[in-house]
Ligand binder design. Structure first.
Ligand SMILES: NC(=O)c1ccc[n+]([C@@H]2O[C@H](COP(=O)([O-])OP(=O)(O)OC[C@H]3O[C@@H](n4cnc5c(N)ncnc54)[C@H](O)[C@@H]3O)[C@@H](O)[C@H]2O)c1
Length: 327
């Protein structure tokens, strides 16, 4: 039997490339669509590559016609929260208009299964922890708003056009493929673990700690770090769920375990045997003290279980990747 094609937008990026590997290992045939604005050609190692922009309808029609994908996994978008505040138009254009262009191409092609990369930012400031799917959605950044708009759009598109969806709301993605075939390569980089590792490698002079007076154990902000391979695995489970006739749903996706900034620094130093200079800086506006997922819904309904997300493996796999990539 011919392999089933899965269209992966943003598949030349960080989470998309790992997901392509997991799809290929599961016997599926990824087709990457990416405009390479932030992606890397050399991270497309599994399946075909179609370079283009999601807002180009003719391009999308051609891709759908060529591969007849049975489903779409939509990673492509802009991700810098701070920039979304200063230039929201850019984010609405790429995160909302491009998603709509993609969904409309799916309607024309008769493709009716969609997995969406959402974020815990759709919840805004948590008033209950850990964050479950029932928490009110009140994003405080245009980035979070654009993701919420697409979540709402998906519900409407299902009612009217029958496109089924799974929304996965990631907490903090981290780590790299343990086999070293893909990893994180963002420019600019804003995530804590790679920034800490860059400091240890000497690519940066120091690591800034934003906020040391939070009501947490050591005063620094606590986040839920999930290994990118565990994230990728969740996409495969979500895909199978829909392809086997399951209902549309939304799942929060983290480990449920939080780590402070200081704890991450400590683990990074222990893993590498190196030390880094840090600078204590004031809190950043809009940064909640703690963000931790209640992932019981995805544990129970999709049978997802993190396999790589212990903090040691997260940092070790990232360290190996960055040393090879930039060392
Ligand atoms: N990294 C995280 O911790 C995190 C957390 C929550 C949610 N997310 C979401 O997950 C998704 C993937 O994140 P990532 O870290 O892998 O990002 P990434 O920047 O590494 O990958 C995104 C990819 O999309 C491509 N792209 C962007 N706009 C496009 C367009 N219009 N047409 C075609 N390709 C386009 C980029 O070139 C890039 O390769 C994003 O939607 C992000 O909002 C990420």
């Amino acid at each position: 039997m011919a392999k089933q094609h899965i269209l992966v937008t943003g598949g030349a990026g960080y989470i998309g490339s790992h997901t392509c590997k997991v799809l290929a290992q599961a016997g599926l045939e990824p087709v990457v669509v990416d405009n390479l604005i932030f992606g890397h050609r050399d991270l497309v190692r599994w399946g075909a590559f179609e370079e283009g922009d999601l807002r180009d309808s003719a391009f999308l029609d051609r891709v759908f016609q060529t591969y007849q994908p049975v489903a779409v996994i939509h990673f492509a978008g802009y991700t810098y929260v701070g920039e979304s505040v200063t230039d929201p138009a850019k984010f609405y254009a790429n995160n909302v208009v491009a998603a709509m262009s993609l969904l409309d191409a799916m309607r024309r092609a008769g493709c009716a299964v969609f997995i969406f990369s959402s974020t815990c930012s759709v919840f805004g400031m948590p008033d209950q922890l850990p964050l479950s799917e029932k928490h009110p959605q009140a994003p405080i950044s245009p980035y979070g708003q654009t993701k919420l708009v697409v979540e709402k759009m998906l519900a409407d598109y299902e009612r009217a056009y029958g496109i089924k969806h799974v929304v996965l709301r990631y907490f903090n993605a981290a780590g790299a493929d343990p086999e070293g075939e893909c990893g994180e390569d963002h420019d600019p980089e804003t995530h804590l673990i790679p920034l800490a590792l860059f400091t240890l490698m000497g690519r940066r002079n120091l690591l800034k700690i934003f906020g040391t007076d939070y009501p947490t154990e050591d005063g620094t902000a606590v986040r839920d770090y999930i290994h990118v391979m565990d994230l990728a695995e969740a996409h495969l489970l979500a895909l199978r769920h829909l392809l086997e006739g399951g209902q549309s749903d939304a799942f929060n996706l983290g480990t449920g375990q939080g780590y402070s900034v200081r704890k991450i620094i400590q683990v990074a130093e222990a893993v590498t045997g190196l030390t880094m200079a840090v600078e204590e800086a004031p809190r950043r506006e809009g940064d909640p003290p703690v963000l931790v997922s209640d992932s019981s819904h995805i544990f129970q309904d999709l049978g997802w279980k993190p396999r790589y997300s212990d903090i040691q493996s997260l940092v070790e796999t990232a360290w190996r990747w960055h040393q090879n990539r930039h060392g």
